[in-house]
Structures are given as C-alpha cells and as structure tokens.
Design a protein around this ligand. Structure first.
Ligand code: HEC
Ligand code: HEC
Ligand code: HEC
Ligand code: HEC
Length: 424
C-alpha cells in the first residue's frame, strides 16, 4: 500500500473513532434537543396502539408555530408567484402538460390520471381521490400516520386488503407521528416499515433532516403476490443498481400493450437522486432546503411547511449562498429548463419507438433474440427517462445524475430505433 494511502486511512480511522465518541457524549448529554451528530432512534420502541398520538392537533398547544407551519402544507396559493411551467405545487395534470405519457404509460394507471404532487396536508385525501386503480391497502404506506397502527392490527394481511375499506378507518394524513412517533422535539423516528426494513442496506447513517424524508420520497415496488411495499436497495441506490435489482428478479410493473415490453414504473426517487450530489457530499439535508429555520416575532423554529425552496430562497439557500442569492432562482430554473427540454425530446423519441415497434410487430414475426433485444432496449431507455421525469426537482437535486441518465436513455432509444429500421 502506498504510504499516502496508509496515512489517509489511519487519519480516517482516527477521525471516525474521535467523532463517534463525541457523538456518544452528545447523545447522553443532550437528549431532547435535535442534534445532527446523534444517531437517530430508528429502533425506538413502537408505542402500543392505544397510546399512539396520531393526530397533529395533540401537539398544537405545546408547539403552536410548528403545528401551524405543518398546516401550511395545505396552501398552494400563497401570494408568491410560481413559475407554472416548472416544478411548483400547482395541482397540474401531467397528462395535459406532457401528452406523450398517454402513450408511454399506456396500460398502467398513470396513463389515465397523473397529477403533480401537492403538500403533505393532502396526502390522504389525494390518494383516496385518485381514479387510478389500487392494488391494495399498501397504497396507504406513505400517506397516513395510522400506518404503523394498521400493520400491528392486521399484520402481513394488511397489504392486500381492500384499499377503500381500510381507508374509511383512517383519519390522519402525515402528522407529527410520521417522523417523531410520540416524541416530537427528540430525534427523528422513522415509522414506514418498508424504509425501516431497507435502511440497514444503506452505506451510511443518514442525518435526521434526510432520514425523515427518505422514508417516503423514494422508489418502491409492491411484491406481486403479497402486495408488500419494498424498497429495491439490495444492490445500491444508483439508477443502474436499482435496475439490476429489478432485472435479477425479472420484475416488471406492466407490459406495454402495444409492444409487450416488460416495463418498470418509477415512483418518486428524490432520495436516491439526491444521494451523491454536491449537497449530499457537503452534508446539506433535505430539511435544510425544504424546512429551513425561520423566525416569527423573535422566535426561531424549524418550519414544517415542506415546500418548494424557491418560495423562500433567502431562508432555504441564503444561509450558505448569501453572496449569490440574487441569481440563484434563475440558476435553478435554467437547470430545470435544460432537463425539461431533454425530457420532452427523449419522451418524443420513446413515443416514436413505441409506435414503430408496434407497426413492426403487426407486420413481422420477430425471432426471440430480436424481440428480446428490442424489449431490453425499450425497457432500459424508458426506465432512465422515467427516473428523471418523475423525480420532483426536474434535475436540480443532482444535475449530473439526471443528465447522464437522460443521455443513456437517448442512446438506448436510438439503438432500438436503428434496430427497428431493419424491418421497415
Ligand atoms: C440544496 C437544496 C435541496 C436539497 C438538499 C433537497 N432539495 Fe428538494 N428541491 C430543491 C429545489 C430547488 C427544488 C425545485 C423546486 C421547484 O421546482 O419549485 C426541489 C424540489 C423538491 C420536491 C418537489 C417540490 C415541489 O414543490 O415541486 C420535492 C418533493 C423534494 N425536492 C424533496 C426533497 C427530498 C426528499 C430531499 C432529500 C432527499 C431533497 N428534496 C433535498 C432543493 C433541495
Ligand atoms: C415529514 C417529517 C416531519 C413531520 C411530519 C414533523 N416533523 Fe418535526 N421535525 C422533522 C425534522 C426533519 C426535524 C429536524 C430534525 C433535526 O434536524 O434534528 C424536525 C424537528 C422538530 C422539532 C425540533 C426542532 C426545532 O428547532 O424546532 C420539533 C419540536 C418538532 N419537529 C415537532 C414537530 C411537531 C409538533 C410536529 C407535528 C405538528 C412535527 N414535528 C411533524 C420532521 C418532521
Ligand atoms: C409518510 C411519507 C412522507 C414523508 C415522511 C415525507 N413526505 Fe413529502 N410527500 C409525501 C406525499 C405522499 C406527498 C404528496 C402529497 C399529495 O400530493 O397529496 C409529499 C409531498 C411533498 C412535497 C410537495 C411536493 C409538491 O409538489 O408540492 C414536498 C416539498 C415534500 N413532500 C418534501 C418532504 C420533505 C422535505 C420531507 C422530509 C422532511 C418529506 N417530504 C417527508 C410523503 C411523505
Ligand atoms: C447548508 C448549506 C447549503 C444550503 C442550505 C444550500 N446549499 Fe447549495 N451548496 C452548498 C455547498 C457547500 C455547495 C458546494 C460548494 C459550492 O459550489 O459553492 C453548494 C453548491 C450549490 C450549487 C452548485 C452545484 C454544482 O454542481 O456546482 C448550486 C446551484 C446550489 N448549491 C444551489 C442551492 C440552492 C438553490 C439552495 C436552496 C434551495 C441551496 N443550494 C442550499 C451549500 C448549501
């Protein structure tokens, strides 16, 4: 081993031991205060169902400002102008904005109805009201604080139970319990079972401000028979690693009705996208940008109004980027414009692919190798495009990752188109 490397490793070991002892000390001394160095209480005890404090109102008197800020996630008209073209929280229908997805998502619910996400306040209402078919009660996994209680009650049978029947029993959307159980103000506690099962596969402990969000803002799938929600992290969090996980299982969400391609429908991989970004490397958490500390009448508190940081760039980004704050929104939007343009261009290529593939199948008998090659190229291309398309920051969270994925998507789509030309 070269001496530099050895020195580096020794220094790292020293730092690791040093910091982990500080971490432990802090944990003993400061119980009750949120602290980035604490190891979050992921294994904290689940309270018995009758002692679970599931409604946010229960904390209204003790934490009035935080409670109010959580209620603010119900607002999307807040007097601040949003750019209706990109991001933001308008209840916009993606089907109107991107008509191509009617063809790309043909055969799956998202091709019928697909609205942009809204604030946490609406999580339960919106999942109940979508017209998309629901395979089971698992759809409630990231929508209600009651989830842990329901699972204790119904055990493994819960996932496949009738969605509408179960949702009638539920009163709460995302509340304090979702991220703190009965102990708001202490360390973050994670309450989504699929995350708790998968988190041991992560390479490092997450900071509280990221941990809370990684519970839900992730890619997932449902185990086809049990309908259990699972995070596909066995191979890692990168786009190709998640794909490999699905490939190894021969997993697909649906087969495209016109081409027969076994496709993957990506969900909302904010956490996976953010992983490895410059901000992740610098230790900036989701909450730093989406739940900044704010001040009201001289009182400082952590805003629980999780929303687009562009609505208050000063608070969300100004702590670190004060020197360049004026141009920052424009910078974010120019990244988003670039990615959005690519999404439209590659989306259109994929539509051509689906249509030409469909024509070829109508008029030719393809042999197995040719068929498999085309399916493989279509699956790879659409998966990468979808990963960036459904990620809610339109490329901001990790611009390089989004660019690379789209470049690969384009290459695979082009290869498929070239191959199809052989039959025309
Ligand atoms: C460095 C700051 C920063 C970090 C860190 C960050 N985000 Fe974001 N996030 C943004 C910006 C900027 C946008 C784009 C907002 C827009 O288009 O209006 C965004 C968009 C989003 C959106 C869509 C919001 C909307 O209103 O359209 C979600 C959801 C989101 N981020 C979740 C997360 C999660 C989860 C994490 C952590 C895994 C995270 N973000 C980390 C800055 C950040
Ligand atoms: C979506 C997850 C989430 C929900 C829901 C949530 N919190 Fe938090 N809360 C956080 C995060 C993240 C932090 C910051 C943790 C850290 O950095 O240590 C935090 C911090 C806090 C703190 C201490 C931080 C401070 O300086 O003010 C209190 C108190 C708190 N939350 C109370 C509540 C209450 C009360 C509710 C319900 C009305 C609630 N939280 C709902 C995620 C959540
Ligand atoms: C229990 C699951 C869950 C947790 C935990 C969670 N979210 Fe969400 N989040 C959702 C759901 C579901 C929606 C969409 C709600 C809707 O459209 O009705 C959403 C929406 C959002 C939006 C609004 C998107 C938009 O376009 O307006 C932002 C911003 C956001 N979350 C950020 C965060 C951050 C930051 C954290 C961590 C502090 C977090 N979320 C934790 C489930 C969760
Ligand atoms: C807690 C500190 C912190 C916060 C909050 C923060 N950033 Fe950063 N940001 C950094 C650091 C550190 C870097 C890397 C050093 C640099 O390039 O200046 C960085 C880099 C960037 C870059 C350059 C990325 C690249 O690939 O070169 C952009 C753009 C950016 N931040 C935008 C934002 C926006 C927009 C927000 C608010 C939504 C934000 N940041 C919030 C610390 C922060």
């Amino acid at each position: 081993m070269n001496p530099h490397r050895k020195l580096l490793i020794l220094t790292m070991i020293f730092l690791l031991v040093f910091f982990s002892t500080i971490g432990c000390k802090k944990q003993e001394n400061n119980i009750g205060e949120p602290n980035e160095n604490k190891k979050p209480e992921q294994n904290a005890k689940i309270p018995p169902p009758n002692e679970m404090i599931l409604s946010a109102e229960a904390w209204k008197d003790q934490y009035p400002l935080i409670y109010e800020s959580l209620q603010m996630t119900s607002r999307f008209k807040d007097g601040v102008t949003e750019d209706p073209e990109l991001g933001g929280s308008h209840p916009i229908s993606y089907l109107e904005k991107y008509p191509d997805i009617k063809i790309l998502y043909d055969g799956i619910g998202f091709g019928k109805e697909y609205y942009a996400a809204r604030g946490h306040f609406y999580s339960l209402t919106d999942v109940i009201n979508t017209a998309r078919p629901k395979p089971g009660a698992s759809c409630l996994a990231c929508k209600t604080a009651d989830y842990e209680k329901l699972l204790l009650e119904y055990k493994d049978e819960f996932y496949a139970m009738d969605f509408h029947k179960v949702s009638q029993e539920i009163e709460n959307g995302i509340t304090c319990y979702t991220c703190h159980r009965n102990e708001p103000g202490k360390q973050i506690q994670t309450t989504t079972p699929q995350f708790n099962a998968a988190s041991s596969k992560l390479e490092k402990d997450l900071k509280p401000g990221t941990l809370a969000c990684a519970q839900c803002h992730v890619e997932y799938y449902m185990e086809p028979t049990t309908k259990e929600v699972i995070l596909p992290w066995d191979q890692g969090l990168e786009i190709a690693e998640i794909e490999k996980y699905y490939d190894d299982l021969d997993y697909y969400d649906w087969k495209h009705p016109r081409t027969g391609t076994p496709l993957i429908k990506v969900q909302h991989p904010e956490f996976e996208t953010y992983t490895g970004s410059i901000h992740d490397k610098m230790g900036v958490t989701c909450a730093d940008c989406h739940m900044p500390t704010v001040e009201e009448n001289g009182e400082k508190y952590k805003s629980h109004w999780a929303k687009s940081p562009l609505k208050n760039v000063n608070e969300s980004c100004g702590t670190c980027h004060s020197a360049e704050i004026d141009g920052l929104t424009a910078k974010v939007q120019s990244i988003q414009k670039e990615i959005d343009d690519q999404l439209l261009e590659i989306g259109a290529m994929l539509v051509t692919l689906v249509e030409e593939f469909g024509h070829v199948l109508e008029n030719n008998k393809l042999d197995d190798p040719a068929m498999n090659e085309l399916w493989d190229l279509h699956r790879k291309a659409q998966y990468r495009w979808d990963f960036v398309f459904v990620e809610n920051s339109t490329g901001f969270h990790h611009t390089e990752k989004a660019r690379n994925a789209l470049k690969e998507a384009k290459d695979y789509a082009q290869q498929a188109l070239d191959k199809l030309k052989e039959y025309q």
